[in-house]
Design a protein. Structure first.
Length: 209
């Protein structure tokens, strides 16, 4: 089994190829506003560097959010097009799941992504990665209060500079892909972004109405 992982939900392109139980190639690179320009070509280069053809990939795992609205759309579009055009299996994982899975902290894991204006996208997982609070758009201060129930037995995970005492997110692509083996396969046309909040345009439209 050859699996391709794609995550463009942040300023970073996280992508990798797992063959059976081995990670054979990966990308961890920041592109910021250039994600739409470079993501597809960098993934194609990685596949070629691995000595594979696009048709050799059996399954695609794509991170469908939450995170950057534009970034999420880029990754989801690449994955859906790839799966549909080459008739490949596809499944999804949330960015918050991927962050929790990659953290080895032996307690409650609290992945967060800066959503601006004092809000984050956040969730809570226990030490075996069972979700105890679903992903949501939430005030950071509210999430901090919720975590007080765990005493000192919790860890925030983020690559955003919104907390001093947190663990940096370093994706464990092999672990993410292995976890995704048990996830339900979906029709490529049924893969949709998870935003958890309205876009600014949608919010402004509601205000105008």
């Amino acid at each position: 089994m050859i699996s391709l992982y794609i995550d463009t939900s942040s300023n970073f392109l996280y992508s990798g190829i797992v063959k059976d139980d081995s990670l054979i190639c990966q990308i961890k690179q920041s592109f910021k506003k250039d994600m739409s320009t470079f993501a597809l070509s960098e993934i194609a280069k990685m596949i070629k560097k691995s000595g594979l053809k696009p048709s050799d990939v059996d399954k695609i795992i794509v991170c469908n959010g939450p995170g950057s609205f534009t970034g999420i759309r880029i990754g989801v579009t690449i994955a859906k097009t790839y799966a549909w055009s080459l008739n490949k299996e596809i499944t999804t994982i949330t960015s918050l799941e991927a962050m929790a899975l990659s953290c080895n902290f032996n307690g409650f894991k609290v992945p967060i992504i800066d959503a601006r204006r004092g809000y984050v996208y956040g969730a809570i997982f226990d030490y075996v990665n069972n979700q105890v609070m679903e992903g949501q758009h939430i005030k950071l201060d509210t999430l901090k209060v919720a975590c007080e129930n765990f005493g000192d037995n919790y860890k925030f995970i983020t690559n955003d500079s919104i907390l001093v005492d947190s663990e940096s997110y370093e994706p464990n692509i092999l672990k993410i892909v292995k976890y995704s083996e048990s996830k339900e396969l979906v029709n490529p046309h049924g893969v949709n972004p998870i935003y958890l909040k309205k876009t600014e345009a949608e919010e402004n439209k509601n205000i105008e109405c």
